[in-house]
Each structure stands twice: as structure tokens, then as C-alpha cells.
Ligand binder design. Structure first.
Ligand SMILES: Nc1nc2c(ncn2[C@@H]2O[C@H](COP(=O)(O)OP(=O)(O)OP(=O)(O)O)[C@@H](O)[C@H]2O)c(=O)[nH]1
Ligand SMILES: [Mg+2]
Length: 418
């Protein structure tokens, strides 16, 4: 496997350790959809696009200004993100700015050699693990384990987004077993890997498709640019290649480019796409999609949604409405509500998991972009805090860059133990 493609472990590891982040090809933050009127009770009807209000005079945002900023976790960053989203909305409404063309990565088949899973994981996590292991080595070069060293280590682990509980568990284990003895960076990494695996093992659960539901309805949710649509493409590829019949629903009805983006994934994976013109009601689209998937006897329906910041109440209301309307066709649906979390977001991902979890009943997590971040440790903090199943991780933009989540691999990758 070591001779295969420098794979997931390598990429994940590379990101976890300390190299300069390579810029993730990012899309402009899309304008958030307007809250749509509750128009679907009892039966959903197509809803006319929301009238465009007179927009305030805002400077037209340059595409670059709309790119997600550096992954910071401060309230200022979140505020900035909101401001950008609002500016994008205003510019869109005021100028009728055409949607940016969706960034669709080239099919992964262009890649001549496919790397093994563990290699890809470790490469992806390299930045996170480099950062951690370099710091650990700095702390533990020829030192006896004393209270000051343990404090320093705790700081390193917290800075790596692992969360205070996990950081404390690691330092407690070392204090108990190794206090006043000489300890190497390797010893510490072994304890780190063990502790991380302990936290992640209970949440590393495959996404089971219950075939008694036809269709098994998957709703994809998350903040802007977190990887929802790309993950849908990857899942469609995976499930169609397993022989399942998949229908996709372009539930991000706000942007024409979002619909087009899903249609391209549909073509690429041989999955038909249910869509409506941009500006249509997302709930109505979801209703139609479930009805159509049921009539066609589809195995799986995957519904895309517009990106929304978790603190935008009206957008979270819209999400609740989509779920209510889906239940009108099948009261047991959605059968999986997957939250995509962008690993580069850092601590804000905790808030996203909390609020999307409460408002939309998240059943599982897909963590994306673990190939481009030094903040992979956040997955450990999320697992410990919420205990939500982690089904998959995204380690690239290609159609095959989605892997079932494996706790031991992730733990080895983040601790730099190849
Ligand atoms: N490196 C990397 N990039 C990814 C991954 N998943 C998604 N992306 C990229 O992230 C960007 C946003 O992905 P989308 O799938 O459009 O995200 P989204 O959540 O649908 O975005 P909105 O619909 O705008 O809310 C695209 O450039 C993707 O190619 C991943 O696992 N790794
Ligand atoms: Mg999308």
C-alpha cells in the first residue's frame, strides 16, 4: 500500500502537520436563499420567486472578496463570513449578477495512479499531524515529564482543536503512567493516537441504507461551501456503482449555478436530477422529488440544499419547512440527514453541529476537506461533544475522494504514526 498513490492518510496527515496550507479551490460564498413563504400546506405548489426588494447600495463584491477567508474560529471570522454572505446577496439582488460558474473538478479518472486509502488519508492529514508532532517533539526533546511539560503539551493539543476534554485525557494518562520519567515524542504520539481512537471508535459508523425504504431519502445540509453538492456527487457515484438506482434533487433552488452543478454530477454518475427553475420553492421541489422517486421505485434519493449559516434563523426555518414537507410524502423520511462540516472551519464547526443538530435532526456527519487543513483535530472535539455518527470523510475534490470513516486510521494519521 505504501507504494500506491500517496493517499488519504498522507494527505490528511500532511494537512495536520505544518506545511503551508495549499489554497483550497473555493467558490464564492453563494448568496443565501431568501426565506420563502410557507406556501405548501397542505399540498406543495410551485412558488414564485421571492420578489426582489430594493437593495441597499453596496459596492459590487469582487469574486476574491467572496472567497472564504482563512480558517479562523473567532467570532470576528464568523461575523466576516456573515457580512460577506449578506454583501453577496445584496450585490446579487441589486445587480442581477449572474451566478458564477460552478467549480466542477475534473473527473478523478484522469488520475493515472490511484493511491491507497491509508496513504491518501495520511497525506491529507499531514498538515494537522505535522503541526501536532512538531510541537510535541519541541516539548519533549530530552525532557523528563514534569508538570510544566504536561501544561505545555496540553496547550499544544488544545491549539490543535482536539478539545479540552481530549487534551486533558491525554495529559492525565501521561501523568499517571510516565510522571518524572523521560518521555519521547514517540511515546506521546502513541498515547495521542490511542486516546483519539478511543473517542472516535464509537462514532465511526457506516451509513446503512435501509432497503425497506424506497426511496431511502438522504437530505444534505450545511453552511455555505461546506461540500454538500460535491459530497452528493461522490455518494451518487458510490451508490450507483453498488447497483443502486439513485435520484438527485437540486434543492438549492436559489442559484442557477447550483442547479447546474448538481446536473453535472448527475451526468457524471448516471443519476437523473429533479430540478426546478432558480427561485422556486425548495420545499416544493423536495416534495416533488420524493413523490417521483417513490413512483419510479428508486433505491435512494439525495436532496441537495442551499448553504445556510446556522445563525440565520429564517434560513433554518426554511430547512425545517423542507423537512416537514418531505414528511408529508413519507412520514419516516428523511432517513438520513447528513451535515457536511468543512474541516478547515475549526471551532465554528462545533456550533454548526449543535444548531443544525437541534433544528434539523442531523443523523450523521460527513467531514470534508481533510486534505487541506491543519485543523483535522476538530473532528475529535465534535465526536466527544455530540457523539453523532461520522459516516464519511472527504479528502479531495474528485469523485472518489470520499472514504468511510475509520477511527484507527484517522487516529494514526493525526498522531503521525505511519
Ligand atoms: N479539497 C477538497 N475540496 C472539497 C472537498 N469537498 C468539497 N470541496 C470543494 O469545496 C468547494 C465547495 O464545494 P460544494 O460541494 O460546492 O459545497 P456546497 O456545500 O454545496 O456549497 P454551497 O452550495 O455553495 O453551499 C468546491 O470547490 C469543492 O470542489 C474535499 O473533501 N476536499
Ligand atoms: Mg451546493
Amino acid at each position: 500500500m505504501a507504494q500506491e498513490k500517496p493517499g488519504f492518510f498522507k494527505r490528511l496527515w500532511g494537512e495536520l502537520i505544518g506545511e503551508e496550507p495549499k489554497p483550497t479551490p473555493a467558490e464564492p460564498i453563494p448568496a443565501p436563499p431568501e426565506a420563502l413563504p410557507e406556501a405548501l400546506d397542505p399540498a406543495p405548489e410551485p412558488v414564485a420567486p421571492t420578489p426582489v426588494p430594493a437593495a441597499p447600495e453596496l459596492p459590487e463584491a469582487e469574486p476574491d472578496e467572496l472567497l472564504p477567508g482563512p480558517p479562523e474560529t473567532t467570532p470576528a471570522y464568523v461575523e466576516e463570513l456573515e457580512e460577506r454572505a449578506e454583501a453577496a446577496t445584496a450585490a446579487h439582488l441589486a445587480e442581477g449578477v449572474p451566478d458564477a460558474a460552478p467549480v466542477i473538478p475534473a473527473p478523478a479518472t484522469a488520475e493515472p495512479v490511484r493511491l491507497g486509502w491509508f496513504q491518501r488519508l495520511s497525506t491529507g492529514l499531514k498538515r494537522s499531524s505535522d503541526q501536532l508532532t512538531t510541537s510535541i517533539t519541541g516539548v519533549f526533546t530530552k525532557r523528563r515529564l514534569d508538570a510544566a511539560t504536561l501544561d505545555e503539551l496540553e496547550d499544544v493539543l488544545i491549539a490543535a482543536d482536539l478539545g479540552i476534554d481530549t487534551a486533558t485525557a491525554i495529559t492525565d494518562t501521561l501523568r499517571r503512567d510516565r510522571f518524572n520519567r523521560e518521555v519521547t515524542g514517540d511515546d506521546v504520539r502513541a498515547v495521542l493516537a490511542g486516546e483519539v481512537e478511543k473517542v472516535l471508535a464509537p462514532v465511526a459508523l457506516p451509513l446503512h441504507i435501509d432497503t425497506s425504504h424506497k426511496p431511502f431519502v438522504v437530505l444534505m445540509i450545511g453552511v455555505n461551501g461546506s461540500g454538500k453538492t460535491t459530497t452528493i456527487g461522490k455518494l451518487a457515484q458510490k451508490w450507483t456503482s453498488e447497483g443502486r438506482s439513485v435520484l438527485l434533487a437540486a434543492g438549492d433552488t436559489f442559484r442557477a449555478a447550483a442547479i447546474e452543478q448538481l446536473q453535472i454530477w448527475g451526468e457524471r454518475t448516471g443519476s437523473p436530477v429533479v430540478s426546478r427553475p432558480a427561485g422556486s420553492d425548495a420545499s416544493g421541489l423536495a416534495f416533488d422529488a420524493v413523490t417521483q422517486a417513490r413512483a419510479e421505485g428508486r433505491d435512494v434519493l439525495i436532496i441537495d440544499t442551499a448553504g445556510r449559516l446556522q445563525n440565520r434563523d429564517e434560513l433554518m426555518n426554511e430547512l425545517e419547512k423542507i423537512i416537514r414537507v418531505i414528511k408529508k410524502v413519507d412520514p419516516t423520511a428523511p432517513h438520513a440527514t447528513l451535515l457536511t462540516l468543512d474541516a478547515t472551519t475549526g471551532q465554528n464547526a462545533l456550533k454548526q453541529a449543535e444548531i443544525f443538530g437541534t433544528r434539523a435532526g442531523v443523523t450523521g456527519i460527513v467531514m470534508t476537506k481533510l486534505d487541506g487543513t491543519a485543523r483535522g483535530g476538530i473532528l475529535v472535539a465534535i465526536a466527544r461533544r455530540f457523539g453523532l455518527p461520522v459516516h464519511f470523510i472527504g479528502v479531495g475534490e474528485g469523485v472518489d475522494d470520499l472514504e468511510p470513516f475509520a477511527a484507527a486510521d484517522f487516529a494514526r494519521a493525526i498522531a503521525g504514526r505511519e
